[in-house]
Design a protein around this ligand. Structure first.
Ligand SMILES: [Zn+2]
Length: 233
């Protein structure tokens, strides 16, 4: 294998390595990505917080209801105990009872509303938990498959890097330097193979005098169209 053949093979390996390495990077990004699960866990937490707030409110209201009920009972007892001195006192007790009954009813309705709200949050919580379970299972499967892909890729990359290291030893340093510099500038493709009388990449026609000189000297030429290294072969 001459320098140029090695160079062409080197470019093929480098292009493949670029692809494998960017694939490996994508896999690493996806492996670290927990967005879908995080979103569901966040929703689940929000529902749990809402349920606990509702339970606290309900507990407080239940206490107030008990207090109001006790107060109504004691007022009713007073009314029938015969201890009220006059009509005015009786009327004021009756008015207070009526007022407290109104308060009781209102609070009772609020408790009912809270219970209904809690019920709907509970079923929402259940559906989120179910979704989270399914998503966790799927994520686990995906992680397993990504880990396998990652492992296979690592082997391919290591093999190709070893091939590259071996190949590079066959190429002179100046040629390798030109290749490396051009590869960065030209999107990974530095070498173009001559295709009849054209540059294999940009298809520009090489003047026949240049072509002859190229074949005679067996040296690479810089393509006047795309600036790459044209090699005969
Ligand atoms: Zn060209």
């Amino acid at each position: 294998m001459n320098d140029y053949e090695s160079l062409i093979e080197l470019q093929a390996i480098d292009l493949s390595l670029d692809k494998q390495e960017s694939l490996a990077e994508e896999i690493l990004t996806e492996l670290a990505d927990r967005t879908a699960l995080d979103q569901l866990e966040f929703k689940q937490l929000a529902v749990e917080n809402e349920l606990s707030t509702l339970a606290q409110k309900q507990g407080r209201l239940q206490l107030e209801l008990n207090e109001t009920k006790d107060r109504i009972s004691s007022l009713t007892e007073r009314m029938y105990a015969g201890t009220l001195r006059n009509e005015k006192e009786l009327k004021s007790v009756q008015e207070e009872i009526t007022f407290l009954e109104g308060v009781y009813k209102e609070k009772e309705e609020t408790v009912l509303e809270l219970m209904l709200k809690a019920e709907s949050y509970s079923s929402l919580g259940l559906s989120i938990t179910e979704k989270l379970m399914i998503a966790t299972g799927k994520a686990q499967e995906r992680q397993d498959s990504l880990q396998t892909q990652k492992h296979d890729l690592e082997i391919t990359i290591a093999t190709q890097r070893a091939q590259r290291d071996k190949l590079v030893k066959n190429i002179t340093k100046t040629l390798l330097d030109s290749y490396t510099q051009l590869r960065t500038k030209k999107g990974g493709i530095a070498v173009s193979q001559l295709s009849r009388d054209m540059c294999g990449v940009c298809r520009i026609v090489i003047p026949s005098s240049e072509l002859q000189q190229m074949k005679r000297s067996k040296e690479w030429r810089k393509c006047s169209g795309c600036g790459r290294m044209i090699v005969a072969g």
